[in-house]
Every structure is written in C-alpha cells, then in structure tokens.
Ligand binder design. Sequence first.
Ligand code: NAG
Ligand code: NAG
Ligand code: NAG
Length: 214
Amino acid sequence: MSIMMIREDSAAAGHTEVKADKPLYHRRRILICCGATVCTTIAVILILVIVSLTLFKAKQPTLHVDSVLLSRFSAGLNSNSLLPTIEIVFDLNASVYNPNRASFQYTNSTTYGLYHGSVVAEAPIPAGKISARGTETISTQVSVKADRLLANPNLLTDFNSQFIPISTTTVLTGRVTILGFIKRHAKSTSRCDMVISVSNQTIQNYQCSNKLKL
Ligand SMILES: *[C@@H]1O[C@H](CO)[C@@H](O)[C@H](O)[C@H]1NC(C)=O
Ligand SMILES: *[C@@H]1O[C@H](CO)[C@@H](O)[C@H](O)[C@H]1NC(C)=O
Ligand SMILES: *[C@@H]1O[C@H](CO)[C@@H](O)[C@H](O)[C@H]1NC(C)=O
C-alpha cells in the first residue's frame, strides 16, 4: 500500500512536472532567442560606435578669409553738433572647406569686429550646409558701431597715429552627420588682424589664422 502510494506520488509528480515543463521549455527558447537578438544588436551598435569614433571621426572644417575690403570709411566732426563721427564698414569674404566625407551643417553664426579687445561690430552669417569635401564661400558686411568705437579711450591716440587696428573673429559651429545618423560636433574658427590707414583709407595688411586666440 505504501509502495503504491509512492509510485502514485512519483507518477503524479512526474506528470505534473511534464505538464509544467512544456511551457517552461518554450519560454527558455524565447529567452535564448531574445538574448541572442539583444546581444547581436548591442554588438552591432558597439561596432558602429567604434567605427564612427575611429574611421569616421569628424575633422574640423577650415575657414579661410579670402579678402577684406574697406567699403566705407569716414571720420570727422558733425557740423551741427560738433561731435566726432566715424564710419567703418568692411566686406569680408571667406571660404570654408569641409574635409569630411559627410556634410557639415552650421548654425547661425556671427563675425565679431574687435578694437583693442572690445567688441565693436557684429555681422551675421546665416546658417548653411557644406557638402562632403566641398567648399562654400561666405560673405558678410561688418559695420563698426560708431558709439562703441568713440567710447574707446584708445581711439584718439590711434587716430593721431593714422592707424586703426581692427580684428575680426568668426566661429562656425555645427555638426557633421556620419552615415546619416551619427552626429558629431564640428567647429571652424578664424581670426584676422588688420590695420586701417586713415590717410588713404585702405586696409594696410591683414593676417588671418585658423587658430582663435581671444
Ligand atoms: C565677396 O563675395 C561677393 C559675393 O560672393 C562678391 O560680390 C564680392 O565681390 C566679393 N568681395 C571681395 C572683396 O572679394
Ligand atoms: C537663423 O537666422 C534666420 C534669419 O536671420 C532666422 O530666421 C532663423 O530663425 C535663425 N535660426 C535659428 C536657429 O536661430
Ligand atoms: C597708404 O598709406 C600707407 C602709409 O600710411 C602706405 O604704407 C601705403 O602704401 C598706402 N597705400 C596706398 C594704396 O596708397
């Protein structure tokens, strides 16, 4: 009687075990499947990230100032108020080369005009896009704010010496989109130093570099 009971118990236990095992086995297969998919996905993402970090590393675009032209220059005294007036406007043309195998998209930017370290002009550069390994020309007109220039204590000395030093800085910031979805930040900068000769109203010499030092 006791043997029978044990047999029945084991049989019953075995029966229920088999019953419970079937969906468990299925679940295990699904789990293994899911795990493999997740692992493969992670591996693919890792490979893409490594490839994008090494092979597709974003190179910084180069900004080269092609020309600076003094389009307006006047200085004198207002005949009515007898207050000094000054007008300085120059046109800046630059070319930006994108060395990447992907397009470079830059946001709205500004060219700043500096006089003895103070900002005296702001010229907008509208947002744009430069195709892969392409060059784009950007031109902007920089109008020096007379009040800011006249407020600078160095102006009288510079005016007497007939040479007004002006610097410009341009920073283009944007991103390079690699493989259509990997976005990398990229920046292009340029600084130009020039001297305006008051006597013949020309830009004496300008020197530009791609390294920005403020
Ligand atoms: C700057 O570029 C504009 C248009 O791209 C052109 O009309 C102008 O002559 C250029 N200026 C200089 C100084 O090269
Ligand atoms: C960029 O400038 C243009 C025109 O000046 C303006 O319409 C646009 O909203 C600006 N974009 C951003 C993101 O500020
Ligand atoms: C303008 O004047 C400066 C000296 O003030 C001189 O060095 C330069 O050659 C002159 N440029 C022209 C185009 O006359």
